[in-house]
Design a protein around this ligand. Sequence first.
Ligand SMILES: *Cc1c(COP(=O)(O)O)cnc(C)c1O
Length: 460
Amino acid sequence: MTGCLDDLDITMVEEGFTTKDLLETLLKEASQRGSREAFFVADLGDVVKKHLRLLKALPRVKPFYALKCNRSKEVVHLLAGLGVGFGCAKKPELALVKSAGVPVDRIICTGPCKQMSHIRYAASQGVQLMTFDNEVELGKVAKSHPSARMILSLATDESRSSGCPSVRFGATLKSCRQLLETAKDMNVEVVGVSFHIGSGCTDPQMFTQSIADARLVFEMGAELGYKMHLLDIGGGFPGAEEAKGRFEEATNVVNSALDLYFPEGCGVEIIAELGRYYVDSAFTFMINIVAKKEVPLDQPGSDDDDPGGKKSFVYHLNDGVYGSFSSVIFNNTCPVPILHKKLSPDSPLYSSSLWGPTGDGLDRIAEGMDLPELHVGDWLIFETMGAYTGPASSSLSGAQPSRIHYAMSRVAWQAVQLLQGKLLPPEEEDQECTCAPLSCGWEITDTLCVTPVFAPASIM
Ligand SMILES: *Cc1c(COP(=O)(O)O)cnc(C)c1O
């Protein structure tokens, strides 16, 4: 069985007990021990929920997970068990996915500049699918991995995306014919096209443009005698629960564009490689105030009657942009804390800034926030911290990465087992209905192991 979760340390959350309750319990335990260490709570049930939502929203798309977004072993094993494929950029990522038992045809070597040793490692592991966007990469692969099946990465129009470094990669539409010809000369097989609109992209029409561009490349390929059959639409889907509307908007755009340019029955398998969507909302980060400074606020026009107008506070937390808040630098995010301590709603607010522990001028997490006065030892809670954050990065500051507590509700656990075929669907009272797939909520198909016709309302 791939992705065995039984051996991992996951707290089973019973009905009526939420992740919030678990968080409270953990904070209480921490204060009893006198511990002020920052930690994460990861709700794996949320990942399962996202997976079901995705299958329903993009019925023609097979999901892959972009490992660079969050390399948590628990997440990898869970997704592997759900039949999700993986995009790996590096040797350790490949090794992690292999250790979760993922079959090689569900692994793609992504990453625009692959080290030779990684290409050879992929070859030794039997991983064939690889992306490329230039002739140098093609040459490297032709030399070290001649049986690779290549996917041509197309550039997207980066002017419309919000600063994700990955959008700088990809071949321009103009250079594709030349690249396909070169591949032909080198005897390298090209099986498909990929693109990635960029993480945090807010314009879903980017999908339409890119899917249309991909169609053109498929036609170029056909003219050159290639039989391309794989389209990878990348990631860029939002992961916050509040962004559910935007997710639905994006998936509607994708479905229409696919129906137009790659209609059902056209013989092209469609995959997506999602990172943020799967993990962002599952992770909550608890962090402590370790130092506090009061600084005068010399803002013109500040009102003398307003206590908040006179002073401001600088707080240092025990993790910063060199650790769990790396997304502040890499993704331009502005994390907003929730105060754990209950304060009276009419506590005066002060302009406050949050800094990491290093004292480095770049280590600024957030600035200009209006917060009540806080104290050393207070806990702050940051939600939606699963993508491109601490669990993702090997800490640049050299500090120990924060501990992650994993939890999953029993309902989600049962949904996973249903998807894995380990548990039979709930029995119908009316025996005559049992043959209808809708009556049990799950329909077995041969594409993924199981497709939910509808998921239990309690988990969607
Ligand atoms: C990082 C990456 C993804 C995942 O992006 P998200 O926005 O996190 O879903 C997908 N495809 C490629 C090529 C990537 O580099």
